[in-house]
Write a new protein. Structure first.
Length: 347
């Protein structure tokens, strides 16, 4: 801008001087020689020179502005791409098709299927009849596998050790295939309550237009945690495991989801999917909060789970309270409404 202003001022001065010179030359003089005429034709006037410089500067300025606009657009595109890469929202992936009521068994050819130790059972597919969303929600009623505590599976697909404690301590490379779960203060087994919760949630999801893959459709299913996860990876669009925490507390601490600890975020398949897991968990907690459910702390707790370590679809363990929590049907109905709202919010 300073350069342009200086040139314009210079041009005005030259133009003024040229005008003065013209007045001084108004008196007739001798005709110019041929050589002088040629020189006059070839040499631009002071005004023309200024015009050329001003035009050049204008072109340079326009080019600079264009380059700046292009650079800004490029930066915006890069920012958008970066945002897209970090976006944990679900990208629909075509799944195998199953009929209403069809049994879904573990296919030995599926990735990580060979890591399962208990897999003679099956999940069951249920299809929505109206307002279909063509989204399958895997509903996993926690525990409920007879003999599950006597068998172990690798905590991580690569055989590495757990990074946090839980049912299985940190540093272990193997965990029980399916733990037995805790008992509520009134003596009700957790596995019974998780099954009832799954049944209520299934009905509400179907009514909302979601298809439901019931990972455990009865009191017992011979599918360990690896098999349950791998089946959801291949037959569902997300995987929600239902639990109540066996923390031994004397009060109801509320709901939370198991988030992904930093120690396994660099391990596949976790590295490619942990943002989806956490996003699904956060959405479910917000749905529960909206329906008045008590939320524990900030709504999450980082624990290294077998389920998370093998999941390739959005997957989360939701703890809906503990042994002190009310588990009446009325409470479970309300929790189910909150979970459906969370599923809606995620998808």
């Amino acid at each position: 801008m300073k350069r342009l202003t200086a040139i314009l001022l210079t041009g005005m001065m030259i133009f003024t001087l040229a005008s003065c010179g013209k007045k001084a030359q108004d008196t007739p003089t001798e005709p110019a020689t041929e050589t002088q005429a040629v020189e006059k034709v070839e040499m631009p006037t002071e005004t023309e020179a200024v015009t050329e410089v001003v035009t050049e500067v204008a072109e340079d300025t326009q080019q600079t502005e264009t380059q700046q606009e292009e650079a800004a657009a490029e930066q915006a595109d890069e920012a958008q791409n970066s945002s897209d890469e970090n976006n944990s929202s679900y990208q629909y992936v075509e799944k195998a098709s199953y009929e209403n009521g069809e049994s879904v068994y573990l296919d030995p050819s599926w990735q990580y299927a060979d890591h399962s130790a208990i897999n003679s059972g099956c999940a069951v597919m249920y299809k929505a009849t109206a307002n279909r969303k063509n989204i399958v929600v895997g509903v996993n009623a926690g525990h409920g596998t007879s003999g599950g505590t006597s068998v172990k599976t690798l905590c991580h697909p690569d055989g590495s050790a757990k990074t946090t404690g839980g049912t299985t301590g940190a540093g272990a490379t193997k965990a029980v295939a399916v733990s037995g779960g805790m008992s509520f203060n009134d003596g009700t087994p957790e596995s019974s309550v998780t099954l009832r919760m799954a049944q209520i949630l299934k009905d509400k999801l179907l009514a909302a237009g979601y298809d439901v893959l019931m990972v455990r459709d009865g009191s017992d299913v011979q599918l360990d945690n690896v098999a349950r996860t791998v089946i959801c990876n291949n037959a569902a669009d997300c995987h929600i495991a239902l639990h109540w925490d066996g923390d031994g507390l004397s009060y109801d601490k509320g709901c939370f989801y198991i988030s992904v600890p930093g120690g396994i975020k660099g391990m596949e398949p976790v590295a490619s999917h942990w943002q989806q897991h956490d996003a699904l968990g956060a959405s479910l907690i917000e749905g529960l909060r909206a329906h008045g459910a008590k939320i524990n702390g900030n709504g999450s707790m980082a624990i290294d789970l077998t389920q998370t370590s093998y999941s390739t679809v959005p997957s989360v363990d939701v703890e809906l309270g503990n042994a002190c929590s009310d588990h009446s049907d009325a409470t479970l109905e309300n929790l189910a409404d909150g979970l459906v709202q969370g599923v809606d919010g995620y998808f």
